[in-house]
Structure formats: C-alpha cells, structure tokens
Design a binder for this molecule. Structure first.
Ligand code: NDP
Length: 491
C-alpha cells in the first residue's frame, strides 16, 4: 500500500466496516495483527486493551485512531490488511520511555521531588519531537497518549520529525519564579543526557511556555557548553535562537485550517462567524487573536475554574486584559469577574461547552485540554446552539462518546487536533532548520511557510475522500507505516 493509492479505500469500506462493528457482540482475540476477525475489525487490539487498561487516555487515542483506520485493517487485499494491523500494533509501543527523579528546593528550603518523563515514541521520520507538559495530572499514560498523537501529527506536516512527548507531574500554579526556575534546571539536569538536534528535541505544552523553555535551555547550555546546539529545544526566545511566530504558531495554524474548511465546506468566510474558544493559555491566545483579525467573533475564554462569556464577541481590549491576567500576572480568570475589567461576564464552574444558555455559535475551538467536550455537550451544541464545526486546538479534547455523536453528523466540520494544531510543531521544525543554518527567518517567511503547511494538511485530509477525521488519521498512518517498512522495522 502506498500513500497515493488509498482514497478509494475510505469510500468503499467505511460503511461496511461500521455495519460489521455494529453486529459485533463480543471479541475474543489475542492475535498479534495476524488474524482478521470480521465481527470486530479492532479485535486485534484486545491484548493492548487489557495490557494498558490503567492508561485510559492512551487507549482512547489508540481507539480513536483505529476506529477511523478500520477500513485499512479489514477490507481489500488480505495481506495488506494484515500488514496494516501489524504496523499499527508496532506503532503503539514507544521505542523508549525515560523516567527520572526531579529534586528541587522550595522557597522554604525544603527538598521536593517530582517525576520526570520523556516518551521517545517513534523516530522513523526524524528526531523525536513533541512538547513537555508540567501539570499534576501528568503520568506515563497521559504522555503516551500525547506522544502517540504526535507521531501522526508530525507526519502530516511533511517535515522530518519523529514523535515524542515528555513532562512532569510538577504543578507550576502558585509556585514562585525561583521555584519554577530551580525545578526547570533540575529537570534539564537529567533530561539533557538524552537530547540532541538529531535525536530528541522537546518544546512546550501545558504549563511550559517561553519562561520555562528559557530556564531549561539556560541549564542545557551550562551543562554542555554547546552554544550552537540551539536545536535541542524549540520555543526559545528570539534573542536565544528561537523562531519568529513560534508562540503564535499553534493558534494561527488552527485558524488557517479553520478558514480553509469554512470556505470549502460551507462556502462562507470567517467574517462574522461566532466562535466559542476554550482555554486562556498559549493556543487560545493566538487562536482568538487570529480569529478576530479575520472578523470572527470570539465569544468565550476559560480556565480550569470557569468561563468568560462575551455574547457580542470579545474586544481587542478584552483580549489584552486576558493576556495580561494569564500570561503576565499568572492569575485566574475569576479575578476579572468584577469591576468592569472586561466586557463579558464570568461564570464559575462551567466550560464553554457545558453552558446551557441558548446562545448561538457557529464554531467550537477547544484549546484547553483533553476530554473537555463530552457527548452531552456535543449534542447540545449541535441541536441548541446551531454548531457547524469543531476544530481542535487542544490534543484529544473530545471524548470517545462525543466523537461517536460527531460521526453521525456528516455535514459537521470536524478536524482532529493532530491535523488542526500541527502548526506549532511545524514552526518548531522551522526553528530547528534555522538553528542548523544559524539564521533567523523573517516573520513573513515563517508565516508563509506555516500557511503552506496547513494548506497541505487540509489537502491531505480532503484528497483521501472520506471525512476530514478519516483523512487526517489515514494520511498520517500510511506515511509512518510506509517509512517503517522502508527501514525494515515492520514487514
Ligand atoms: P497553556 O498551559 O498555555 O494553557 C492551557 C489552558 O488550558 C489554560 O487556560 C488552562 O487553565 C486550561 N486548562 C488546562 N488544564 C485544564 C483542565 N484540566 N480543565 C480546564 N482547563 C484546563 O497550554 P497550551 O495553550 O500550550 O496548550 C493547550 C492545549 O493545546 C493542550 O491540549 C496542548 O497539548 C495543546 N497543544 C499545544 C501546543 C503548543 O504549541 N503550545 C501545540 C499543539 C497542541 P488553567 O490556567 O486553569 O490551568
């Protein structure tokens, strides 16, 4: 199977595979990708399902991917289908997971410990590439889910990047500047042994922004005395070898692909479209900014405590105030609830997706975290709010049950995160190229390349002929499986 020969597979087999799945009442396989159980095309995953039951988000990422790939696993040429099942199984096992102790001193002089991880998932296309997350919920299962998604996301960019993810269960919230710096330095003291521009190149994610990348890169330079090896970490400040537009890239990329989908699928422009956006961190910030620049109305922002609702769309001043609150003061959105600081109103203990207020909006852009949109949210948004599309800025923000509902609305635009939020890693790839060349590209050049990559990702999804979700997953999978076959890693 080559990448270009796949479009007909989606069209001819999706329905039959779905029907076969519906008929299935049980599955009883421990096959290692070699059998073909027509009652359940995904029964070859049973061993993984039982082995990794304690890593539910990792299993969720596998199931989501496998569900849309099921035509490849079941139909067509039997040998080819068996190869795809073997390839998929091989891809679910990381090449390596590094775990380590991160000791650090708090402001009272106490010794604290956290767990550090780097999941080096798949290097077939290039050095392991993917962010570092600092959040109390981080464990090996969460990082495996993120690393697994990253493999296919990076493949979709067309850049030579493998997939990885890392981080720590350290909670940056409420920590002083000094505590964050000491933690970052200790984290890098261990991690630096595994990094190299040709091996593993982390970036930021939740809880890791420009400040944390700066501290970690500073420690890397102290430890190695290699000032030219900027390509070991991306998301650096411009002064220290970063790329223009890296902070903006994920959010801008989300909007570039949204714009394409809205124009092509709805024959509309973003001008005047009402967009609910979640989060108030990096991805939210630049997603909201770019949406407003196209004349769209951003009606929400959120953090883990509540939502700011702007029924008529947020203003530039609102956006500035949110950025100042979250990025500069590192405060909560609840601090903007009173005193007329923003034009919207604050609603505690809700998300943009749980609000039951009969407020119309066209697009949902989840930009906070995994599983933030559930089945009930999706049903309500479609039936009551008039939703036309969900474009994911976060990784895996919709639950499996929500995705099942989405798949029953073929006209709903649905772009999974591995396609729509790939702009961040794409510009990280460009940062690596600039570091290797010892050059800094102009912002316009980076932006042009970013737009071209997002356009190309959209084309890959569309060319495969099924839904955009199927297109993203199948295009990414076929590239990685072909490359692994070329290297003799699977056969
Ligand atoms: P940030 O840390 O900058 O912001 C995260 C935002 O999400 C904050 O507003 C945070 O609120 C909120 N949030 C985090 N956890 C939860 C939760 N459990 N419930 C509700 N809200 C929550 O992270 P990013 O903006 O960088 O990342 C957001 C998403 O985008 C993640 O899924 C990430 O994996 C994904 N992503 C990021 C990329 C990047 O380049 N940064 C690239 C591709 C994907 P609070 O302040 O209360 O914690």
């Amino acid at each position: 199977m080559t990448y270009s020969s796949s479009p007909s597979i989606i069209k001819t087999t999706t329905t039959s595979s779905a029907a076969k799945r519906n008929k299935s009442t049980n599955s009883n396989s421990n096959e290692k990708g070699n059998n073909n159980n027509i009652d359940d095309p995904l029964s070859f995953l049973n061993e993984i399902r039982s082995k990794y039951g304690h890593q539910p988000t990792f299993l969720q990422a596998i199931e989501e991917m496998a569900t849309t790939l099921s035509p490849l696993f079941l139909d067509g040429d039997k040998q080819e289908a068996a190869f795809h099942r073997r390839a998929f199984l091989a891809m679910t096992e990381p090449e390596r997971i590094i775990t380590f102790r991160v000791p650090w001193m708090d402001d009272d002089g106490n010794l604290q410990f956290n767990r550090g991880f780097r999941v080096e998932f798949n290097s077939v296309l290039g050095p392991y590439k993917g962010g570092l997350r600092f959040h109390p919920t981080v464990d090996d299962g969460v990082l495996k889910f993120l690393g697994f998604e990253q493999i296919f996301k990076n493949a979709l960019t067309g850049l030579p990047l493998g997939g990885g993810k890392g981080g720590s269960d350290f909670n940056p919230k409420g920590k002083s500047e000094g505590e964050v710096r000491r933690f970052c330095e200790s984290f890098m003291t261990e991690l630096h042994r595994y990094l190299h521009p040709s091996t593993d190149v982390p970036a930021g994610d939740i809880g890791v922004g420009g400040r944390e990348i700066g501290y970690m890169y500073g420690q890397y330079k102290r430890l190695t005395n290699k000032h030219g090896d900027g390509g070991v970490l991306t998301g650096k400040s411009i002064l220290c070898g970063g790329s223009h537009l890296r902070p903006e890239a994920t959010g801008y990329g989300v909007v570039y692909i949204t714009k394409l989908a809205v124009e092509k699928k709805l024959n509309r422009s973003l001008e005047g479209m009402r967009c609910a956006v979640s989060g108030s961190g990096n991805v939210f910030t630049f997603c909201a900014q770019k949406l407003m620049s196209y004349g769209a109305k951003v009606i929400t922002a959120s953090d883990s405590n509540g939502v700011l609702l702007f029924e008529d769309g947020m203003t530039q001043q609102d956006w500035d105030t949110i950025v100042d609150c979250k990025q500069i003061k590192r405060d909560r959105l609840s601090s903007l609830a009173t005193g007329g600081k923003v034009s919207g109103r604050y609603i505690p203990n809700e998300t943009p997706w749980s609000l039951d207020l009969n407020i119309p909006f066209d697009l949902a852009l989840p930009c906070a975290t995994q599983n933030e949109i559930n089945k009930i949210d999706v049903e309500r948004m479609i039936e009551k709010n008039g939703l036309l599309g969900i474009i994911e800025g976060a990784n895996l923000p919709t639950t499996m049950e929500a995705q099942k509902v989405i798949r029953t609305y073929p006209d709903l635009i649905y772009i999974p995160g591995k396609a729509s939020n790939a702009g961040g890693v794409a510009v990280s790839g460009m940062e690596m190229s600039q570091n290797a060349q010892r050059l800094t590209w102009e912002p316009e050049e980076v932006d042009k390349k970013l737009q071209a990559i997002m356009y190309n990702i959209y084309q890959q999804m569309e060319d495969l002929g099924g839904t955009l979700e199927q297109g993203a997953n199948i295009a990414g999978f076929l590239k990685v499986s072909q490359a692994m076959k070329d290297l003799g890693w699977i056969y």
